[in-house]
Design a protein around this ligand. Structure first.
Ligand code: BTN
Length: 322
């Protein structure tokens, strides 16, 4: 099916006969594969006398194009670049590898996630071939202390990657959402495996809405936006994915030395809610206050009744208050 998808990715009509000859299979076998492509949510049009096409074409991920964006340092840090077609969740795949041993330097991309995971147990809507879903694994000596502020720092690294393509106006929402005009363009999910006081591995999952079709709107339970209209020039998903991997690997390679302090200023410059009224949603309570940026460890500074309180932890979510 992947070969057929690659042919149809040009958006042109291809007859069943031509496809059958090219792939060395019968027209019935082609038709069966077309059904599978349809089942991925990709609308294949069929026209008598013309054949099949995917209107508008597809921008499929390409290893070489991703690698082209990697600096020499990132190429050294990258151990394995895995491109998958359909997975439950790239975080789950990466996590399984990390549970089997040191998987530091592994990067997994997928065209589709059938059980994409978001923060706080939410679903991450992940249709085929239109957005970016990737996970990186990195090992840290020194346990959870060594990764303080990492989820915020990854947000900064992703922003750096996007800026290479002329993207402006994307902001960060604590702890690590990427927003455009207060609508979600991307999210980051960190999972830690191993010894919380010794060697641990972090699975860093990144999802970016690049060209999410409108038909998925009703499945997304918050305001969202696509990146594609913010890109300058003809930029593909592999280019964007590659620049994100580059920036995240560079960040990870230095994190044991620099920590969050190397990114804090940049994070504050892109803070979507600085000095704004916000509400923090916690496990079983919520709290209102004014957001006042983040401290040296990446904790949120919330002003409540004139006093600054610091909040940290993956299970807290921030909302703007109108
Ligand atoms: C959030 O809720 O904001 C975090 C979303 C993280 C989504 C990414 S997509 C790649 C990786 N695999 C997953 O299942 N989730 C993360």
């Amino acid at each position: 099916m992947n070969k057929l998808l690659t042919i149809l990715s040009d958006g042109e009509y291809h007859s069943g006969e031509e496809l059958g000859k090219f792939l060395g299979i019968s027209r019935t076998a082609i038709w069966k594969q077309i059904q599978k492509i349809d089942a991925l949510g990709l609308a294949v049009e069929s026209q008598k006398g013309c054949g099949y096409r995917i209107a508008g074409g597809l921008d499929l991920l390409v290893q070489e194009l991703i690698r082209n964006q990697l600096s020499a340092t990132a190429q050294e840090l990258l151990v394995n670049l895995d491109l998958e077609s359909s997975v439950t969740s790239t975080n789950e795949l990466a996590r399984r590898q990390a549970e089997n041993g040191d998987a530091s330097g592994l990067v997994v991309f997928a065209e589709q996630q059938t059980c994409g995971r978001g923060r706080r147990g939410r679903q991450w809507v992940s249709p085929y071939g239109c957005n970016l879903y990737l996970s990186l694994v990195w090992g840290f000596e020194g346990g959870v202390q060594a990764i303080e502020g990492l989820s915020l720092a990854v947000g900064v690294a992703v922003l750096r990657g996007l800026k290479r393509w002329g993207v402006e106006g994307v902001e960060l929402k604590w702890p690590n959402d990427l927003l455009w005009q207060k609508r979600k363009v991307g999210g980051i999910l960190l999972e830690v495996i191993g010894d919380p006081s010794g060697f641990c591995q972090v699975v860093i999952g990144i999802g970016i809405n690049v060209g999410m079709p409108d038909k998925y709107s009703q499945s997304i339970d918050q305001g969202w936006a696509n990146l594609n209209h913010l890109l300058v020039g003809n930029v593909g998903r592999s280019d964007i994915g590659g620049s994100i991997v580059d920036e995240v690997l560079l960040l990870l390679g230095n994190y044991h030395e620099e920590g969050f302090s190397g990114c804090r200023e940049e994070w504050l410059e892109h803070d979507a809610y600085v000095d704004s009224p916000v509400k923090l949603l916690m496990m079983n309570k919520s709290m209102k206050g004014i957001a006042r940026g983040v401290d040296e460890s990446g904790g949120l500074k919330l002003e409540v009744d004139g006093e600054i309180q610091i909040f940290s932890g993956g299970e807290i979510s921030l909302r703007g208050v109108a």
